[in-house]
Write a protein that binds this ligand. Structure first.
Ligand code: GTP
Ligand code: SPV
Ligand code: MN
Length: 605
């Protein structure tokens, strides 16, 4: 069947976009092409259609208004880092931490995969903008996909539809990042569809010079919602390097002290290591308040006053469900309560509500697990997949900052790096300088989680929590971070390293975490104000005994002391691992980082 594109009255005159849409349609051969307008009617249409095809279950409207659950294919549940490629023209530019394939070769391979891949399906064209439309330079993208799940998710996660499309031609044809996605499951005439079409062959390919993304075979999250990790981190990190700004895997948070002082914090933790939770923190310290600006991605630029200003390019939350509950993250629970949400791979109760481990202290007596099987609390498998997610409009968050949409962003006072480390890394330490802070970020390490396929719990270096998201050579990326200090008139934030996940010998968390992390944040603000001193250690500046406000905390002093402690023996074991990591980054690694490592080594001697 040949598609009569001419008859599909495209709602734009954007020449490059029209040409690309035509070219993709000719290659992938969908039954129909639909330009997404982002309207409620469109949401209604695609969700209703997905309920009909079995992709979505409509949840109980009283418990979860206008909300749905999706069960994915059991082999399509997380980002696939081993199938993610940075296809730079020169292999050396992808660096040692990325998988590389020559761009021409990748395009040849993927073009053959895309040929006819949308047969029997609708091809959706999703115009979107990362960040507000009134940004100084709005960053447009267009995702072409054959997945209605992607359409619904992109409506939640981005500014999508008619408004960005109109803005793309308001002032001549604007540039945009083309993002091509197919689940890779064409339907022959008469062939019945499955609830979650996908393909065992998966490619998540990035063309950094061309600023383009091609994704094939997966319908899941970061593999398919291409505005998120693919554009706003991998492609944007290359843009940021070339244009002198930072595209980071960070939450953005405003803290307000009892005296009404405002502080802005950006924090980089690896996937499933606490960004969404810290972004929505409900401080336990009396009088403190917090507001969320972003929970996953921060774009940071030096402002006219020399400070670093952060904006959140996203418009929704794609949060880890397990562990999210009324005691740990009440603000996330309230955000979802308003409905308008898509849940993926959680459990569904007999009442048509969702459930996951950690949502309530008592599990439902029975439920349907993420694979659609009957489940009871006696089963040894979890009801929800460990990487199950809620996808919810950010506007529903009760602690969203009212200037979240500001195109200039907020001035960052402190940058936090962190990870999931059962040992070694103290609860909090402050960098002695920007260079030391970049060293902290560069040597950050964390246990792997279910957010990506592969083994869970392995400690790996994850520089600035960006290991899977740096779109170019990691050593050049670290050099770019260092270079920020050389900018004229710049006043950079203070840098801190935190670890909520240190454990006792018997495997229990030493620090209670969640809302109690406000105690650490309060100490950080006191350091920013010069209100408290600090203890020098080879790992950085540590709180002086008594300076962490522990009033009302029901963890005993000894346990807290072990969470905060610097342990020289553990750090001596860390040094060769850092050495090995730096060696793996090769000769492009900036000398300043080798110097910091020498300083660490000699201070431990
Ligand atoms: P991505 O969305 O994958 O990037 O993850 P994230 O960094 O936003 O992590 P999130 O806040 O969703 O937390 C991941 C898991 O860590 C959840 O199960 C949380 O309950 C748990 N968690 C978050 N903060 C803390 C903390 O302070 N202490 C402990 N012990 N667990 C935490
Ligand atoms: C992450 O893995 O960091 C996520 C989920 O936020 S995904 O969108 O799948 O990347
Ligand atoms: Mn998150």
């Amino acid at each position: 069947m040949t598609l009569q594109l001419e008859r599909l009255a495209a709602p734009t005159t954007h020449a490059r976009l029209l040409a690309w849409v035509r070219e993709v349609a000719e290659l992938t051969q969908p039954d129909a092409v639909q330009w997404c307008d982002g309207s409620e009617a469109e949401w209604e249409r695609v969700t209703t259609q997905m309920v009909r095809t079995g992709t979505l279950i409509r949840l109980d409207p009283l418990a979860r208004p206008n909300s749905f659950h999706a069960r994915t294919d059991p082999d399509d549940v997380a980002r696939v880092e081993d199938r993610t490629f940075i296809c730079s023209a020169d292999e050396a530019d992808a660096g040692p931490t990325n998988h590389w394939v020559d761009p021409a070769e990748m395009k040849t391979t993927m073009t053959e995969l895309y040929r006819g891949s949308m047969r029997g399906r609708t091809m959706y064209v999703i115009p979107f903008c990362m960040g507000p439309l009134d940004a100084h330079e709005p960053r447009f993208g267009v995702e072409i996909t054959d997945s209605p799940y992607v359409v619904a998710s992109m409506k939640i996660m981005t500014r999508m539809g008619s408004a960005p499309l109109a803005a793309m031609t308001a002032d001549g044809d604007a540039d945009f990042v083309p993002c091509l996605h197919s689940v890779g499951a064409p339907l022959e005439p008469g062939q019945a569809d499955v609830p979650w079409p996908c393909n065992a062959t998966k490619y998540i390919a990035h063309f950094p010079e061309e600023r383009a993304v091609w994704s094939y075979g997966s319908g899941y999250g970061g593999n398919s919602l291409l505005g998120k990790k693919c554009y706003s981190l991998r492609i944007a990190s290359v843009m940021a390097h070339d244009e002198g700004w930072l595209a980071e895997h960070m939450l953005i948070l405003r803290l307000i002290s009892p005296e009404g002082r405002r502080y802005h914090v950006a924090a980089a933790f690896p996937s499933a290591c606490g960004k969404t939770n810290l972004a929505m923190i409900q401080p336990t310290l009396p009088g403190w308040r917090a507001e969320m600006i972003g929970d996953d991605i921060a774009w940071m630029r030096v402002g006219e006053d020399g400070r670093l200003y952060a904006t959140n390019p996203e418009n929704g939350l794609f949060g880890v469900a397990p562990g999210t509950g009324w005691t740990t993250n009440p603000n996330a629970m309230r955000t979802m309560e308003s409905g308008n949400s898509l849940f993926t791979n959680v459990a569904v109760t007999d009442h048509g509500d969702v459930w996951w481990e950690g949502m309530t202290s008592i599990a439902p007596r029975r439920a349907t697990d993420w694979q659609g099987r009957a489940w009871t609390p006696e089963d040894d498998t979890p009801a929800a997949h460990p990487n199950s997610r809620f996808c919810t409009p950010i506007s529903q968050c009760p602690v969203l900052a009212d200037d979240f949409d500001s195109p200039t962003g907020v001035p960052i006072d402190a940058i936090l790096f962190g990870g999931r480390r059962a040992s070694t890394v103290p609860l909090v330490s402050q960098a002695r300088s920007w260079q030391h802070g970049v060293f902290m970020g560069a040597t950050c390490s964390s246990e792997t989680t279910a957010a990506a396929t592969g083994e869970v719990g392995l400690v790996r270096r994850d520089p600035m929590a960006m290991l899977p998201f740096i779109g170019y050579h990691a050593a050049d990326y670290l050099g770019h971070w260092l270079s920020m200090a050389g900018r004229e008139g710049v006043r950079l934030p203070e840098v801190f390293y935190v670890n909520w996940f240190r454990k006792s010998a018997d495997g229990r968390f030493l620090w209670p975490g969640f809302g109690e992390n406000s105690r650490v944040l309060a100490w950080i603000t006191q350091r920013l104000d010069g209100a408290v001193g600090a203890v020098e250690s080879p790992a950085g500046l540590l709180p002086e005994p008594g300076d962490l406000d522990l009033r009302g905390l029901d963890t005993d002093q000894d346990t807290v002391a072990r969470a905060v402690a610097f342990d020289a023996d553990e750090w001596r074991e860390e040094v060769p691992r850092i050495e090995e990591w730096f060696a793996s980054l090769g000769p492009r690694l900036p000398a300043a980082l080798h110097e910091e490592l020498e300083t660490l080594r000699s201070s431990l001697a």
